[in-house]
Design a protein around this ligand. Structure first.
Ligand SMILES: Nc1nc2c(c(=O)[nH]1)N[C@H]1C(S)=C(S)[C@@H](COP(=O)(O)O)O[C@H]1N2
Ligand SMILES: [Mo]
Length: 506
């Protein structure tokens, strides 16, 4: 190789990558703690996990246990930000991914632009026998001679190429596949990866391999010819005389980066609503321009068929109890004959009520779709109902100035983030979400009236979003001017409580 030195851009992109990978791993682990189980089965049935990080045994019965109850609290030392904050973790993950991909693009562009790719991308088949020879040396707890590293040996070339062109793209592809925007627009692509659980499990496995690579990559710098490697890494040139200096700088850098990761966790827990606001502002442009164009199309809702229907459906949110809503219980006991949906406008005070039979008389929408909870579980069902837009039309044209629709439940939020008394579960949709053909008020699942625990007699379905938008036991739908005027002003119970983003497409 002509110039064995490391240019500054190589060092800079590596350092940035190190910081960002930490943010991605730590926020990823926080997400995993919110449902510490992995499946290949797409109904996420308890007892069928291939891996779990909890000793808790779950009942096999539906509707007695919510996924929120399975959430575990992690220390801010290990996760970002820790202490059951999946919403914030998801925003940090999004921000981390944006910056990591940007950094990766710069790195790959410069790698090819400068010709340095020849150092790491093998171009001869001999790389395989050479790598095997190196592996045998390492297996004997010995190290290959320095003459093998010019600057990299065959094993390194294979590992670097694999990480860069196989593992990193696999992480991106499986990560994207978990976004509702991608799932509802390109359902066949998600199916190809083994569905939501396949993508989630593969993402996890790729994460483990990436972590192993990083530990070995950094570890070997210190273990194999460190007197050459460390000055090379820190100063860009192999100057063995400056080994002690390089060693000190390397260790200090690692300590500072670890401290910053942990500091970031504690700092973001100080004022969670403020952290949410900053992170959502930083990530919303990417959410909008990256995924916002992927509007769902009804004709794609044919990817799933009868045989994809789930045997099990997780529950998040248990049916209203006597002290939560005696009204809903009385309506249930009356077989829903007195149940009415309130359709209103907070702008002009108008309202109408309709019965379940009125709703069933309206044009019917039916499709098979995959539900994903942002915590990680999924379930496939056939949903039958009436388009929300159609129901709103019963009130007349959209009132002047109405930009959002608020859907409120008979049930209360499972918990409030600041421990104030529980308030009714609600969500807010914007005009685009309302207009989607698969945004419906569903009254049947799998050709039977909705189960009590899944939202009887009427629940919201917004297939382009995660489950947290899909209010169960719906009581009212109302036009509103702005969601800033309701709850904590973030646009829904899970936005308020779990610091989610209003835009739930990812
Ligand atoms: N009323 C009410 N609706 C709710 C919730 C809730 O707690 N209460 N949880 C939401 C969340 S986070 C999810 S993932 C879905 C779960 O729907 P399921 O219980 O029918 O599976 O319901 C949504 N709708
Ligand atoms: Mo959820």
């Amino acid at each position: 190789m002509d110039d064995p030195n490391f240019p500054l851009w190589l060092q800079a992109t590596h350092l940035i990558n190190f910081v960002l990978i930490g943010i991605l791993l730590r926020s990823g682990w926080e997400m995993l703690t919110s449902l510490p189980r992995l499946w290949w089965r797409n109904d996420s049935k308890p007892g069928t996990e291939w891996l779990k990080f909890t000793r808790r045994e779950l009942p096999q019965e539906e509707g007695v246990y919510t996924s929120l109850m399975d959430e575990r609290s992690a220390s801010p030392v290990f996760t970002l930000p820790g202490r059951k904050n999946i919403g914030l973790a998801r925003h940090f993950h999004g921000l981390g991914v944006m910056l990591w991909m940007l950094n990766g693009i710069v790195y790959v562009a410069l790698l090819f632009g400068t010709g340095l790719w020849r150092r790491i991308v093998p171009t001869e088949w001999s790389v395989f026998p050479e790598a095997w020879a190196s592996l045998k040396i390492y297996a004997g707890l010995d190290t290959p001679g320095i003459e093998h590293f010019q600057p990299y040996d065959a094993l390194q070339m294979l590992a670097y190429t694999g990480v860069l062109f196989v593992l990193a793209p696999l992480l991106i592809v499986t990560g994207l596949a978990m976004a509702p925007a991608v799932r509802s627009r390109f359902p066949r692509f998600v199916k190809l990866l083994g569905g939501h659980q396949g993508a989630r499990s593969l993402h996890f496995i790729a994460m483990v391999l990436m972590t192993l690579f990083i530990v070995m990559h950094v570890g070997l710098v210190f273990l194999v010819h460190a007197e050459h490697n460390l000055p090379h890494m820190i100063f860009g040139v192999t100057d063995t005389a400056r080994y002690a200096q390089a060693f000190t700088i390397a260790i200090l850098t690692i300590v500072v980066v670890f401290a910053s990761w942990i500091g970031l966790s504690y700092a973001s827990l100080l004022d969670r609503p403020r952290t949410q606001k900053i992170l959502v502002a930083l990530t919303e442009p990417a959410r909008r321009f990256g995924l916002g164009w992927m509007r769902p199309r009804m004709r794609d809702q044919t990817a799933y068929t009868e045989k994809d229907l789930s045997e099990f459906h997780w529950t998040n949110g248990l049916p209203p109890t006597q002290d939560e809503s005696p009204e809903w219980l009385a309506l249930r006991d009356g077989g829903w004959s007195d149940w009415r949906l309130e359709i209103g406008s907070t702008l002009d005070g108008s309202s109408v009520t309709v019965s379940l039979d009125d709703l069933k008389a309206l044009p019917k929408t039916e499709y098979i779709a995959v539900h994903t909870c942002m915590q990680g579980w999924s379930a496939t069902s056939r949903w039958t109902g009436v388009r929300l837009a159609e129901v709103l039309d019963l009130l007349g044209p959209r009132p002047e100035g109405a930009r959002y629709v608020m859907i409120t439940s008979h049930g209360l939020a499972q918990e409030m983030w600041d421990h104030r008394p529980r308030e009714p579960f609600y969500t807010v949709l914007d005009l685009k979400m309302v207009a989607e053909a698969d945004t419906i008020l569903a009254y049947e699942r799998n050709d039977r009236p909705l189960d009590i625990h899944l939202g009887a007699p009427l629940r919201l379905r917004v297939e382009s979003n995660h489950g947290y938008k899909m209010v169960k036991w719906v009581r009212s739908v109302e036009w509103i001017r702005d969601y800033a005027d309701y709850g904590d002003g973030r646009g829904g119970t899970r936005e308020d409580g779990a610091m989610q983003a209003f835009n739930g497409v990812i």
